[in-house]
Unconditional design. Structure first.
Ligand SMILES: C[S@@+](CC[C@H](N)C(=O)[O-])C[C@H]1O[C@@H](n2cnc3c(N)ncnc32)[C@H](O)[C@@H]1O
Length: 258
């Protein structure tokens, strides 16, 4: 059992802060599903830490792994966890994000651009939905929540390792690059005149979604080819960001896949 003061464990603990993750270029993936998907991605996992209980429970998962697996105490596992119910199984991973140019070079048919999202759970849920809907990339644009935040990684349920994740400082430049790559850019807003079903969604599309509290700025909306809304039939003021993204992405997936 590694001592709680072990240097590798101390380095892993620093990855629970955004600054620590940025400095190391690494992040933590917690729980069986996230660790399984991380291990399936070549060259991503650097280290695995597990409590005695987790080692016993996940023998199948850790047995054939070429990566070093170290036993740690329950206390050390809690210190690495960002959740109320630590899973006792944590992988230290290299960052997996790619540049916007790389993501666009792969001729994507469906992209999500999140402009300044700040809820880690929403970000994770959208990554998971984007993966399920067959989207190619999710862009975190502007002053966005860190996709490597523990809560986000957990909420992606492994999908973080399946789609291209892009960190883009400038939302306007992101829209311009998407348009140059031949994508139809669609801004979403509850007050838009057009409904999403009126769009030619079989075309390669980049969907833009706004911040949970402020939505998309008018200047952002003006840069896009279209603005569209998901119709609200009841009395809800708007949809939750992740719910709006799910409706739009599946509308695209159905149109593109027939
Ligand atoms: C909770 S909303 C922001 C609410 C804000 N009061 C506004 O009016 O923009 C956050 C994001 O979810 C998406 N959204 C929410 N409701 C929507 C709807 N009915 N149609 C399309 N997108 C919607 C948009 O991307 C929006 O920027």
């Amino acid at each position: 059992v590694l001592s709680d003061s072990n240097a590798r464990l101390a380095a892993a603990r620093r990855l629970t802060s955004r600054r620590g993750r940025r400095e190391a270029g690494r992040f933590l993936a917690e729980g069986a599903q996230a660790v399984r998907e991380a291990l399936a991605s070549p060259g991503v996992v650097v280290d695995v830490f597990a409590t005695a209980t987790a080692l016993d429970r996940h023998r199948d998962l850790l047995g054939p792994s070429a990566v070093s697996v170290s036993e740690i105490s329950e206390r050390a596992a809690s210190a690495l966890s960002e959740t109320m119910a630590p899973q006792g199984l944590i992988a230290v991973c290299e960052r997996v994000d790619v540049s916007l140019a790389t993501a666009l070079d792969r001729a994507p048919a469906l992209i999500v651009v999140l402009v300044e999202p700040n809820d880690p759970g929403n970000a994770g849920a959208i990554l998971r939905t984007a993966d399920a809907a067959g989207a190619d990339a999710v862009v975190f644009a502007g002053d966005a929540v860190d996709p490597y935040n523990g809560k986000t990684v957990r909420a992606t349920a492994g999908s973080l390792f399946h789609v291209d994740v892009v960190l883009a400082a400038d939302p306007s430049a992101t829209v311009r690059a998407c348009r140059q790559a031949g994508l139809m850019t669609v801004a979403t807003a509850g007050a838009a005149a057009r409904e999403i079903d009126g769009l030619a969604l079989q075309r390669p599309t980049a969907w833009l979604f706004g911040n949970e509290a402020h939505g998309l700025a008018e200047e952002m909306i003006a840069e896009c080819d279209f603005t569209a809304r998901v119709p609200v039939y009841g009395r809800a003021e708007s949809l939750n960001l992740a719910a709006a993204a799910a409706v739009c992405l599946y509308a695209s997936a159905r149109a593109q896949r027939g």
